[in-house]
Design a binder for this molecule. Structure first.
Ligand code: NAD
Length: 363
């Protein structure tokens, strides 16, 4: 199969779909790989490193998209890329369709085969291709929040670590999965008082067993959610219903009850965000203030730490990428029910029910 990797074009997105090790693996399996020149630079990977393992460099994204049977990238195709998508082409990347109707319609129109990293799912519910980016975003969230809690950034002016004689910040994490548990661990590491809310009792029990003693867990319902976030200095939104839009747990009215200057990092923004007031922001303009709460809603947080993220992502995507390339999408999905879950669209047909439900597109 001819596999292509274009340079990412999203604002401040420095990750790249393939590392040299992944390129080598595809080539060892008998495939050919095209890399757009400069695609790896943001992650500190020079063109020569790709050439050394057997990739062919091409000068333009157009050439990569036109020639490749499978595109491997990181972020969803952007409007400039819609015309480049080829009918029947496998596009193996993050899509987050449920949050983007225009993208959903464009991909259906172009009849691509959309293999979405974020919905590849193991029988126990784990999302192996989302996990490493969730680990990065989860660990970043308290660090970003700590920065924006500074008065000069519009925040409360509370140092989250506290100092002798002054209490640390009160951090509330909504959703105790991969993002939430990583966020809780880092926030706890710098000394904050952390509360994790979730609706899954097993998750709460697990967190109770493994987290440090300054992390508390609480079942999430309207009452506990309101009580927690009105007391919070930092709120981290980390909920997920796989493939679906994030539930709007924080209404404008509830946000109004938060401390003025509190920071809300809505990591779930890539699925639409878990507050009524959330809208996606970018690394070059990451925050806005609504109802006196600083909102950080960057939809591609791991892009900021591109080198770590690129290698972490490739560690997990290569296994399924090789299956798709070796067997073709039909056989690969037939043989592997985990990979099958990633199939969101097949040549103009929507195959992921939650995406259809988000836009009333069910057939
Ligand atoms: P996960 O499945 O590991 O965890 C989600 C948790 O949310 C689960 O424990 C679930 O029980 C809980 N949950 C669901 N509904 C809830 C509710 N109503 N109240 C409380 N808890 C609820 O998912 P994850 O990997 O941690 O991802 C979380 C979100 O972060 C996803 O939307 C993901 O796409 C997003 N994400 C964003 C970025 C970014 O750059 N912005 C990066 C990585 C992940």
């Amino acid at each position: 199969m001819l596999i292509g990797c274009p340079k990412e074009i999203k604002n401040n997105e420095y990750r790249v779909g393939l590392t040299p090790a992944s390129v080598k693996a595809y080539i060892q399996h008998g495939h050919k790989v095209l890399i757009e020149s400069g695609a790896g630079l943001g992650s500190g990977i020079g063109d020569e490193e790709y050439v050394k393992v057997g990739a062919t460099l091409v000068e333009t994204a157009e050439e990569v998209w036109q020639k490749s049977e499978m595109i491997v990238k990181v972020k969803e195709p952007l409007p400039q890329e819609y015309p480049l998508m080829q009918e029947g082409q496998i596009v193996y990347t993050y899509f987050h369709f449920a949050a983007d109707e225009e993208l959903t319609k464009a991909c259906l129109d172009k009849k691509i085969i959309a293999m979405a990293y974020e919905t590849v799912q193991e029988p126990n519910g784990n999302l192996p291709l989302l996990k490493p980016m969730s680990e990065v975003a989860g660990r970043m969230a308290p660090l970003m929040a700590a920065f924006y809690l500074a008065k000069s950034q519009g925040g409360l002016g509370v140092l989250p670590t506290g100092v002798p004689g002054v209490l640390p910040a009160n951090v509330v994490v909504i959703g105790g999965g991969t993002v939430g548990s990583n966020a809780a661990r880092i926030a706890a590491g710098f000394g904050a008082k952390v509360t994790v809310l979730d609706i899954n009792a097993n998750t709460l029990e697990h967190l109770g067993n493994i987290m440090p003693s300054n992390v508390f867990t609480c079942f999430s319902d309207h009452v506990t959610l309101e009580a927690s976030i009105t007391e919070a200095d930092i709120v981290i939104g980390a909920v997920l219903i796989p493939g679906a839009k994030a539930p709007k747990l924080i209404t404008r009215e509830l946000l109004n009850k938060m401390k003025p200057g509190a920071v809300f990092v809505d990591v779930a923004i890539d699925q639409g965000g878990c507050a009524e007031t959330s809208r996606p922001t970018t690394h070059s303009d990451p925050i806005f203030i609504e109802e006196n709460v600083v909102h950080y809603c960057v939809a591609n947080m791991p892009g900021a730490y591109a080198r770590t993220s690129t290698f972490a992502l490739n560690n997990v995507t290569i296994k399924y990428g090789l299956k798709l390339a070796d067997l073709g999408v039909e056989q690969a999905c037939k043989q592997d029910s985990v990979l099958m879950k990633g199939l969101n669209m097949y040549k103009g047909i929507l195959t992921c029910p939650p995406v259809g439900a988000a836009f009333g597109l069910e057939k």
